[in-house]
Ligand binder design. Structure first.
Ligand code: ATP
Length: 367
């Protein structure tokens, strides 16, 4: 167990700056998720912690000690990859025992550790099988087991579940979490899957173009995105964005766009005093657009009219694609029992108290 401190790390591959100005303090026992689109630098950070990449500048500390000059195998870290990287000619027991043999751990001790770990992962029956006699999920469990037997200070996971089918991914996600509850080993987990990001981490680090955009608990990132990029990246379906202009009339503030004139609640309006006339982007989560018949009349909200373009009934909810006049399509997450059909023109209510506003130019959050 250890804390990991990443201080002002930059990694450049020739002309390409993969990671820049990356600083993060990971607490002992914490489960940290690195999330972001392909090429944003997630794997580079993971490989830098492991020592598989030499950082261009900055420093990484594990357990308080700088590790830039420490060889990967001396960093006491175990990494689990997407492609499992098992030895095909060895059975499960030998795959799991391999690193312990290299460390010259006595054989009875190795057997004890391997059997205990196999039990932990529900693989006691599979110890004599070779990797090609296992399913994808079982192979990934062996890869996990191989990491666990080393009892490392830090686990690094690089998209470990992305080769599994959707159902297995969900159950392995739960298994990994339950394992973490028991082992409490500091973990850094890379994914581009935002369901994994939302459900697994104590904190998530959202990256874009090699730069950290926000670090916070999943719920805070969802509720209070630091900028328009994060707002659009976290959440599925994604947040709706509407181009608007800020206007003021008789002391009230509005965001105005063709066919829409949405009043800003008073507490939020305080932030708009010097912004009248500015171009902004209004951000609405799909669940904050409500069919008027279902809206809680007490909830602060304003209405607009739109025609129903597509309906996706998902059982627990309905995703409804709405086209307000002269606007881009908006996606609403509605009650599954709402009676709407394609082509209907209906009134929808917007929870402006939960809406976000971003500067049009840089995507900086206003509220
Ligand atoms: P993915 O989700 O696709 O794995 P990622 O977020 O993990 O992406 P990285 O693999 O860290 O991204 O890559 C970050 C950037 O650095 C990319 O532009 C990539 O092309 C570049 N890069 C990574 N490794 C090298 C390398 N060995 N040589 C040159 N460029 C590299």
């Amino acid at each position: 167990m250890a804390d990991v401190k990443i201080e002002n790390v930059r990694k450049q591959f020739g002309e390409v700056v993969a990671v820049e100005n990356f600083s993060l303090n990971i607490q002992d026992g914490e489960f940290i998720i690195l999330v972001g689109p392909s090429g944003c630098g997630k794997t580079t950070i993971l490989r830098s912690i492991a020592g598989l990449e030499t950082i261009t500048s900055g420093e990484i500390y594990i357990d308080g000690k700088p590790v830039s000059k420490v060889a990967p195998k001396k960093r006491d870290i175990a990494m689990v990859f997407q492609n499992y990287a098992l030895y095909p000619h060895m059975n499960v027991r030998s795959n799991m025992a391999f690193s312990l043999k290299l460390k010259k751990v006595p054989k009875p001790k190795i057997n004890e550790i391997v059997e205990r770990t196999a039990g932990l992962l529900g693989m006691g029956e599979l110890l004599d099988r070779k990797p090609n006699e296992l399913s994808g999920g079982q192979r990934q469990r062996v890869a996990l087991g191989r990491a666990i037997v080393r009892d490392p200070k830090v686990f690094l996971f690089d998209e470990p579940l992305s080769n599994l089918d959707a159902k297995l991914r969900i159950s392995m996600r739960a298994e990994l979490l339950s394992l973490h509850q028991r082992l409490k080993t500091t973990t850094v987990y890379v994914t581009h899957d935002q369901m994994e990001a939302m459900t697994m981490g104590d904190r998530i680090v959202v990256m874009n173009n090699g730069v950290i955009q926000q670090v916070d608990t999943p719920q805070n990132v969802y509720d209070n995105p630091a900028n328009q990029y994060v707002a659009g990246f976290i959440g599925s379906p994604a947040m709706n964005f509407i181009d608007c202009r800020i206007s003021q009339d008789q002391g009230q503030y509005y965001v105005v766009s063709p066919g829409m004139n949405l009043k800003i609640p008073e507490d939020k309006a305080l932030k708009l005093k010097d912004r009248v006339g500015q171009e902004v982007s209004l951000g609405l989560r799909p669940e904050h657009i409500i069919h008027s018949n279902f809206a809680d009349q007490a909830a602060p909200g304003v209405s607009f009219k739109g025609s129903v373009w597509v309906i996706e009934p998902l059982g627990s909810e309905k995703l409804v694609y709405i086209r307000p006049e002269n606007q881009e399509t908006l996606i609403a997450r509605l009650d599954p029992h709402v009676l709407l059909k394609i082509g209907d023109v209906a009134d929808f209510k917007v929870r402006m108290d939960l809406a976000h506003l971003f500067e049009k130019t840089h995507g900086r959050v206003i509220f």
